[in-house]
Design a protein around this ligand. Sequence first.
Ligand code: GLN
Length: 280
Amino acid sequence: MTYRELFEQGRAALKTAGVEEADLDARLLLESVCHTDRNDLLVHGDRTVEETDRESYLDLIRRRRSHIPLQYLTGVQEFMGLAFSVNENVLIPRQDTEILVEEVLRELHDGMRILDMCTGSGCILISLLHYSNDCRGTGVDISPKALETARRNGEVLLKASDSATWIQSDLFENVSGKYEFIVSNPPYIKSDVIPTLMPEVKDHEPILALCGYEDGLHFYRRIATDCREYLVSGGMLYFEIGSDQAEAVSAILAEAGFREINVVKDYAGLDRVVYGTYIA
Ligand code: GLN
């Protein structure tokens, strides 16, 4: 069977299963199996695909048809220009979260300390360390399996992988020390919204990384209150938020004694980041 025929078969199979980006996903899965790129379909579509590759591809198509996210099948998601390894133990890094990283990078100076609460794949902390100089960071997560993934990402993506420390902890339980920056993209989806999400998300991404309980604000309250002990005076707290949470999260920060509270929009014009400064 030729490369193009196999692609057509994969594409049709994904389409009938209701996979949204059937064309793109069929191509990307084929490229990941055959170690090819987008040119191959255009230029080498008539080459023959090895039997073992054909089988691996059709197996991936079968799994994608059951709505396992593409990134869990290819094992990678790009974020801030870096290739993060991902698996079912971590949330797939979202482009929206790049806004959070870019906002922190504006204020981050050489040698500062950063804590990333609910680090997941480590994408936020690792990007911040990758694009700064001599900073040190701690990534915290309740899930040991998520931390394993984050640690591996740090080893691959950081020049000095010992600039990141990974701590298993239920929020601040096992945290010590002081930080100039605390950043977090915590679980923030309301419990009753979870069943309405696409199957890729609700059935396959870790529920622990999604659900912010009844009003979606549980983790903002706890982190804003508990983090103060770990911030230097003048230290800053940055949160990613859901687009309808700016007002509520700003109020939580104000209540916890933060000043100069700001909301930043994402490229779609939706509220995406809230940050503030803590004066002890
Ligand atoms: N911090 C990680 C990310 O942004 C995980 C977030 C989470 O688990 N809610 O991808």
